[in-house]
Design a protein around this ligand. Sequence first.
Ligand code: WT7
Length: 645
Amino acid sequence: MSYPFQIKSLGQYHDAYKKSVEDPESYWASVAEYFQWRKTWDKVLEWNFKEPKIEWFRGAKLNITENCLDRHLADLGDKPAIIWEPNDPGDKIRVVTYKRLHKRVCQFAQVLKNNGVKKGDRVCIYMGMIPELAYAVLACARIGAIHSVIFGGFSAQSIADRLDDAKAEYIVTCDGAYRGSKDIPLKTVIDDALIGNKIIKRVIVYTRTRTPVSMIKGRDVWWEDEMEHAEAQIEKDDIVSFPAEEMDAEDPLFILYTSGSTGKPKGVVHTCAGYMVWTTYTFVNVFQYDPGQVHFCTADIGWVTGHSYILYGPLCAGATSLMFEGIPTWPDAGRLWEIVDKHKVNIIYTAPTAIRSLMGFGLDPLKGKDLSSLKTLGTVGEPINEEAWHWYDDHIGKRKCPIVDTWWQTETGGALISNLAGVTPAKPGWATLPIPGVQPVLVDENGKEVTEKDEHGLLKGNLCIKAPWPGIIRTTYGDHERCRTNYFATYENLYFTGDGAYKDENGFYRITGRVDDVLNVSGHRIGTAEVENAINMHAGVVESAVVGYPHEIKGQGLYAYVIYNRPHVDDELTRKDILATVTRIIGAIARPDKIQFVQGLPKTRSGKIMRRILRKIAEGETKNLGDTSTLLDPAVVDDIKNGRL
Ligand code: WT7
């Protein structure tokens, strides 16, 4: 088997790109032929960015799990769909074949049904990286429930906010999760999130760590009991397969919360058909996946990368996807390479932050690891610096594996700008060319396309996209206006990414990072306003301002300036208290790296914080702070400079 839509040469790339722009409807109709539809579409594309209203494959009926599972049973039934590597390298590996995955998904779909879950209901999933997480996600898709996976690092408060926003009535979780040396008490966090909650009807709990957990009668049930019951039912009724719900192309498939420039994360909504086509198309083309290869994406399924490139993209393509429960540095910094060796991994896809962190351990962890199975390397989540790129190329790929630098976002569903492994050229630090269907444009503040090159012959501007691709965000859950103002209102008739970029004479793009108040810490998106809100919740804090600064491993670190009004005896202790508050409100991932206590913040006469100045000081630039004459009280700047950490 090979993929009819696979681009295999530079010439084919240019042809496909041209077709996709000149006649998107016929291009995507031909790609869509690869998939299994209950009914095909009446119209391939209908859109305007004004509302926005975007419809792909209107009128089509399908279920994405029939594409991920049922369709492969005849040819690939006994082939591994998921290879699961446990946190502890000595524990038993699990190999889940397509047949087995299909069975478990059907069984858990029955469980969901037994517990009252119906099409359109929101199911929150808060689990570690175990095969049951995949079963839960796919079972939701099978019955048409909308899943909202929450990363295991988020706090009870964050979960409560997300449950509330999504109006979720069901939760699937675990007693606990193993991550490196840690045992994270997931069910306890859920219990905290549910204090006072009157909406949740059922919590299904899988046993992973056998941590003691409270089980509330009438609300909490064990996964194992439910599965056993469902199996008996399925056998009794002689149902070989739990029938998949027929979904409309534009029915929501999932919600995934992500940070923006306001204090409140937004629920990005992706729909069934377009997302399916986009993840599968980009998976095959970017990584140049060949049937039979083992694909290892190191992301957590709590982030979009895991949704698209551990689950939906690979499974729709009938691939073998490796799922890893643990972390790259445990029990030692050779763990990823040991996994590559053990499972003969062909494609590894990870974040620059992981590469930089492993680079810091030198070459010892690579000793004795056979990496010769590797064919393609990938990066995602943040700009990659040249040093890390070359280390990856030299020591992991042994200069024989193309590296794909995939630029995309939660909102884009899948990669938008990336080289195609071995097919289109790579350039260290550059995401390079747009994938067919993607029409980037660089604009200035006023939305005018930039045409003036800088002294290096590069165009520089804010990155926008001119037309929809199948995987584009459809709405923000429960608040369509928010979707419009966030992405479609900054510049007329353009999708605004929030990123800045360069374009070179070959049409290659280099993404430089966010131009809004969003930071990228270890490849995770964090809104400064969210962190400020959390810090401001701490008793004694009057005001705070959070900015990013370059961090050797994380890419960006969080630098917080805090006005604190209690006469604190011990700065260190107060810092720890503030960190504890942030951990409680958002989660450990949002803890500032540096907290500087200040007397005041640089504000304009209208009361706006001048972040530019704070950013410069955090970056270590104390001389050229630019124009400070509009400041209400220029003296605060000296105070801040003197107290810099
Ligand atoms: C932001 C999106 C895409 C899944 C993981 C992150 C940054 C992402 C790259 C890249 C430079 C990148 C952008 C983007 N980003 N990939 N290859 N080169 N920057 O998803 O949490 O939605 O964050 O990550 O700034 O806007 P996300």
